[in-house]
Design a protein around this ligand. Structure first.
Ligand code: PEP
Ligand code: MN
Length: 284
């Protein structure tokens, strides 16, 4: 099916690990749990997120500084100020951070301030951006396009890989379908297929997939049960006040409880959730 020279598995046990920092990697037996708000809103917000999620533990914090919004009149993100907030958090708490890059001109500043890049669904086939991220060599989460086939998704990853960046993590985040009750439809078949077709780590974003906070935890559990290498979940100190994607945001307590719930499921499928937070991540 695929002419993906670099993304394809060369043998059944071929599985890449993508290293984000000395202590955090994805693709091995330990799951990667990433969480945080949809948008970086303030230093105080991110500080609470870092402090309250550290014991879970959450190993990677997310937060958008440049936001791809449907409407040009909606909050577009704090931009450079958001990057500086993320940088402060990673330095003070010793926890890596990921944020979305939407365009080539943003890439240099973003790469200087964060540990990991995210290419969002709307940019999955922005081929010039894929090439530039490839040249950057930065660990990158590539999210599946809103209606992308698996072949299109894997070939988008191939762009990044073939431009010199082996550190690609695929993210299934739901695809468009006919029913608007949930925001999208989480394609767990894709997760299983990508694990068989490629050697790249595959994580799941249940938040954008379902769009409703009460349905996020069940989908997160199912994702781990079916072989995902990790999760990226939206949560907020005061979910209803989230400036973007409020309806799908978990509270920080709910996020901590979700990580706890995942332990038994991870164990059942031969994986594990990190036991205790790394000492630096606990330091306030
Ligand atoms: C996000 O992670 O905030 C986001 C916009 O995700 P997606 O690109 O999957 O819609
Ligand atoms: Mn969001």
């Amino acid at each position: 099916m695929l002419n993906a020279k670099l993304a394809s598995k060369s043998h059944p046990e071929h599985q890449s690990r993508v290293r984000i920092t000395d202590r955090v990697a994805v693709g091995g037996p330990e799951l990667l749990i990433a969480a945080g708000p949809c948008s970086v809103e303030s230093a105080e917000q991110m500080e609470r997120v870092a402090v309250e999620l550290a014991p879970a533990p959450v190993q990677l914090l997310r937060g958008g500084a440049f936001k791809p919004r449907t409407s040009p009149y909606s909050f577009q993100g704090l931009g450079l100020e958001g990057l500086q907030i993320l940088d402060g958090i990673r330095r003070r708490h010793g926890v890596p951070v990921v944020t979305e890059v939407m365009s080539i001109p943003q890439l240099e500043a973003i790469a200087a301030h964060v540990d990991m890049l995210q290419i969002g669904s709307r940019n999955m086939q922005n081929f010039e951006l894929l090439k530039a991220v490839g040249r950057s060599g930065k660990p990158t989460i590539l999210k599946r396009g809103l209606a992308a086939t698996l072949e299109e998704f894997v070939m988008a990853a191939e762009y990044v890989l073939s431009h010199g960046n082996p550190n690609v993590v695929l993210c299934e985040r739901g695809i468009r379908s006919f029913d608007s009750y949930t925001r999208n439809v989480l394609d767990l078949g894709a997760v299983a297929a990508l694990k068989q077709l490629t050697h790249l780590p595959v994580i799941v974003d249940p938040s954008h997939a379902v769009g409703l906070r009460e349905l996020v935890a069940p989908l997160a559990r199912a994702a781990i049960a079916c072989g995902a290498d990790g999760l990226i979940v939206e949560c907020h100190p005061v979910p209803e006040q989230s400036v973007s994607d409020a309806r799908q945001a978990l509270s920080l307590d709910e996020m901590v409880a979700l990580v706890e719930d995942l332990r038994a499921i991870a164990h059942a499928v031969g994986r594990r959730v990190a036991g205790v937070a790394a000492p630096d991540a606990m330091a306030a």
